[in-house]
Design a protein around this ligand. Structure first.
Ligand SMILES: NC(=O)C1=CN([C@@H]2O[C@H](COP(=O)(O)OP(=O)(O)OC[C@H]3O[C@@H](n4cnc5c(N)ncnc54)[C@H](OP(=O)(O)O)[C@@H]3O)[C@@H](O)[C@H]2O)C=CC1
Ligand SMILES: C[C@H]1O[C@H](OP(=O)(O)OP(=O)(O)OC[C@H]2O[C@@H](n3cnc4c(=O)[nH]c(N)nc43)[C@H](O)[C@@H]2O)[C@@H](O)[C@@H](O)C1=O
Length: 314
């Protein structure tokens, strides 16, 4: 991308979008444009078309979405499928109608079948039933993948779709009901330590396995792929190793310095047993993750202490 190209980061305040903005600014891209959801509701086609007509955008990082953990997905299926279909459909179509040079769509590893062989290869998409707890969201993401591919085939656009594994880092969501596991455990262990609680409750059995990629690494991969990848095939983005939720809980416990017990609430869903991504294609394109879980966890906890503690307590 030319350093003066106009780059729109949709979802710039989120975990992923804010990391992409930091990465682009660090690399000297000066012509960034972004809007909050209050300024520009991407579920509203009229607002989106007007924005794209006005702005003459060259590149789009589509990191705006309705996002949440396993319980949020399970409780608000209509919100997850509707908002994500609307956001991605409006942005991808407006990008085409306004001659955007290239667009990167963020999918998720939840698009793969619940019981697909591990590690997950890109070709496993649509080869089996999805995990029920997040099927509506996954269907929306699969529709986004197919929309990018279809516009490329029919209109000759250059829209790429990337499938990140579970992410964490700065500007994460620490709400205990709607967040993902890693930020939730950071907050739970921190508050248990501060309030001298005897135990911390971890959802599910603790036996599922998850892979965790630090958000700054993901942002680096997205900028790298925007410059170095074209094609209709999806690209997994991950670290290539995973951890049991129970072990993750012990790692967060140590990082936070909490000395109480861990209890498992098996009334909460486990979700898919494992979703480790195969990163062969990503590595062959020339990119590898660099932040270890231990290192990333320390950074995420420090960010939480410096930025999120007062907010979540208010
Ligand atoms: N977090 C994770 O573990 C993973 C995330 N992903 C994908 O990465 C992308 C970003 O996720 P993440 O950064 O975690 O999500 P966040 O919830 O942190 O950020 C989502 C962003 O989307 C914006 N947004 C939501 N609804 C609208 C709307 N109607 N109009 C305009 N903007 C809207 C929000 O803007 P505002 O703040 O202004 O309201 C927010 O900044 C998503 O596509 C997600 O599916 C993929 C794999 C894992
Ligand atoms: C990124 C990915 O994220 C989601 O899928 P998920 O990975 O299953 O989501 P999760 O991070 O919420 O849970 C992972 C595991 O962790 C366990 N768990 C323990 N204790 C807590 C806890 O306190 N909170 C949460 N949220 N989970 C907990 C939880 O029971 C589960 O076994 C979907 O959005 C999906 O669509 C998607 O794309």
């Amino acid at each position: 991308m030319d350093k003066h190209a106009k780059i729109y980061v949709a979802g710039h305040r989120g975990l992923v979008g804010s990391a992409i903005v930091r990465r682009l600014e660090r690399e000297g891209y000066t012509n960034l444009v972004y809007r909050t959801s209050k300024e520009l509701d991407l579920t509203d086609k009229i607002q989106v078309d007007h924005f794209f007509e006005q702005q003459k955008i060259d590149y789009v990082f589509l990191a705006a979405a309705k996002v949440g953990g396993i319980v949020a997905n399970n409780e608000y299926p209509a919100d997850f499928i509707r908002d994500n279909l609307l956001i991605q459909t409006n942005v991808i179509d407006a990008a085409y109608r306004n001659n955007v040079t290239k667009l990167l769509f963020l999918g998720s590893t939840c698009i793969y079948p619940k019981l697909a062989p591990q590690p997950l290869k890109e070709e496993y998409l649509l080869t089996g039933l999805l995990e029920p707890t997040n099927e509506p969201y996954a269907i929306a993401k699969i529709a986004g993948i197919k929309m990018c591919e279809s516009y490329n085939r029919q209109y000759g656009t250059k829209y790429i779709s990337v499938m990140p594994t579970n992410l964490y880092g700065e500007n994460d969501n620490f709400d205990l009901h709607t967040s993902h596991v890693l930020p939730a455990l950071i907050r739970k262990f921190h508050e248990a330590k501060e309030n001298k609680q005897p135990f911390v409750e971890v959802w599910g059995t603790g036996t599922p396995k998850r892979e965790f990629l630090y958000s700054d690494d993901l942002a680096d991969a997205c900028v790298y792929l925007m410059d170095n990848y074209e094609g209709n095939e999806i690209v997994n983005i991950g670290v290539g190793e995973d951890i049991e939720i129970g072990q993750l809980a012990h790692l967060v416990k140590e990082t936070v310095g909490y000395n109480g017990e861990i209890q498992f609430d098996t009334s909460k869903p486990d979700g898919t047993p494992r979703k480790l991504v195969d990163v062969t294609k990503l590595n062959s394109l020339g990119w590898k993750a660099s932040t270890s879980l231990e290192e990333g966890l320390k950074k995420a906890y420090q960010w939480f202490l410096d930025n999120a503690v007062q907010k979540v307590n208010s």
